[in-house]
Design a protein around this ligand. Structure first.
Ligand SMILES: Cc1cc2nc3c(=O)[nH]c(=O)nc-3n(C[C@H](O)[C@H](O)[C@H](O)COP(=O)(O)OP(=O)(O)OC[C@H]3O[C@@H](n4cnc5c(N)ncnc54)[C@H](O)[C@@H]3O)c2cc1C
Length: 407
């Protein structure tokens, strides 16, 4: 019996969906996509809640890219709503770790992140913040931003003190919540790169193309996968239909010699034989509030206090205006991934030990000549959406010949 498909794609997130479309359309291949969730879109999946507000089930996703190829490609499957993400930090006016309770004032301090000249004025007061801003502009006239490493090296103690403020109030507690790392454990190179913008530009991203898919991400994926050469099977764990052993891949018991693109966890594919690859997971708490808006910005980062890292309000992202005063917010709590049922590995924990373990899985994968590891899980790295789209396009360039699909 012959296989009814030329290519097998495991996972229907960005990596798998872009690859499936390319192989089906540009390569005229018959593609089977297996997805173990009951929906397409991977972690970018969104759905309307009971009030019609589009919720990003696996955390807020904002599209931005500097790649024209990626923007043009995705624009085939969606129109865009113009949206520039803006984030503020919210923190107690007096840092509870520094100021004793009886001396604390009321209220919270909010300022744009990444930290910029407006943040400086909010944190240090209009007059002092303005004066410090002038000092920064004089000290770094040719730069649009400066790292806290550069600030720390500045001989002017007032300028160096800005670095300490940003480290303490924006960076270190937030990083501890997100990664559960002490200041000593945080890679000094990461700390050194924390930026202070020397402008009043408060956009979170500065890429030339930014926006939200007009009808949401799931619609985008539906159109991408809607091709006569693509068959999508939802609710199917690939391990139930495909086997990987002794360099040979089988689908439904028959040898499969066409390209197999795997976008799931590399350690799971090989039954954790090299041990588990560590991840951070997230718990999302979704809340509905009976008011038009809960907060002023799409995302508010809680950089010093609270157990959650940030709150995102979806109506800011989607631009939806409802007649009723109702809004939906999401709080994110970060913790270690244990592999328990239902947990999702979100962020690979990149360090030399984990990378070495991953390399051993990659070596196992290399024994299968038609197996391609693609995506944030299979490659054990963080990809933004645009980066994984580009990587998928480039993988298919290689599989199909040049950009036009000529061998
Ligand atoms: C909280 C959060 C916020 C983010 N926000 C942004 C943002 O604002 N902007 C941005 O550009 N990027 C953002 N990202 C990154 C974005 O989510 C990734 O770029 C994208 O999800 C990568 O796509 P992928 O296909 O590699 O992985 P995924 O989306 O995880 O897709 C992999 C798919 O494979 C399926 N699968 C796994 N194993 C199997 C199996 N054995 N059988 C069948 N199916 C399987 C999974 O169910 C999943 O659907 C964010 C990530 C997180 C965690």
């Amino acid at each position: 019996m012959e296989q009814p498909f030329d290519c097998l794609v495991i996972g229907a997130g960005y990596a798998g969906s872009v690859a499936a479309r390319e192989l089906a359309e540009r390569g005229s291949r018959r593609v089977l996509v297996l997805e173990r969730r009951d929906h397409i879109g991977g972690n970018a999946y969104d759905y309307p809640d009971g009030h019609g507000i589009l919720i990003h089930k696996y955390g807020p996703h904002i599209f931005h890219t500097a790649s024209k190829r990626v923007f043009d490609y995705l624009s085939r499957f969606t129109q865009w709503r113009r949206y520039q993400h803006r984030v503020i930090a919210s923190l107690p006016r007096d840092n509870p770790e520094v100021v004793p309770a009886h001396k604390r004032t009321q209220g919270r301090l909010c300022f744009p992140v990444p930290f910029n000249l407006d943040s400086l004025e909010a944190a240090f007061g209009k007059a002092d913040g303005g004066r410090l801003g002038e000092k920064l502009l004089d000290a770094y006239p040719a730069q649009s931003q400066v790292t806290i490493l550069e600030l720390r090296r500045n001989p002017d103690p007032e300028v160096a003190a800005i670095a300490e403020y940003v480290y303490e109030h924006v960076f270190v507690h937030y990083t501890r919540k997100q990664w559960d790392q002490t200041p000593e454990e945080i890679d000094p190179a990461t700390t050194a790169r924390v930026p202070v913008r020397l402008t009043r530009d408060d956009r979170y991203f500065q890429d030339p193309w930014q926006g939200m898919p007009l009808e949401g991400y799931t619609s985008l994926f539906r159109r991408m996968l809607d091709h006569p050469n693509i068959t999508v099977a939802l609710g199917v764990d690939a391990r139930d239909r495909a086997s990987f052993s002794e360099g040979q891949i089988r689908l439904d018991g028959l040898p499969f010699s066409g390209p197999v693109i795997f976008t799931g966890q590399a350690d799971e594919l090989f039954a954790f034989q090299e041990g588990r690859l560590p991840y951070r997971t997230l718990d999302f708490r979704l809340e509905t509030h009976d008011r038009q808006f809960y907060q002023t910005h799409g995302t508010v980062n809680y950089t010093v206090d609270q157990d959650f890292t940030r709150i995102t309000e979806f109506k800011h992202l989607t631009g939806q205006r409802l007649r009723d005063p109702v809004t939906a917010i999401m709080k994110e709590y970060s913790r270690p991934y244990t592999g328990a049922a239902g947990e999702i590995p979100y962020y690979a924990i990149i360090n030399p030990e984990n990378n070495a373990r991953y390399d051993r899985y990659r070596a196992r994968a290399a024994r299968f000549p038609n197996l391609h590891l693609l995506g944030r899980l299979a490659e054990y790295k963080y990809y933004n959406m645009d980066a994984i789209v580009l990587r998928a396009l480039e993988l298919c360039d290689g599989l199909l010949g040049d950009k036009e699909g000529n061998p």
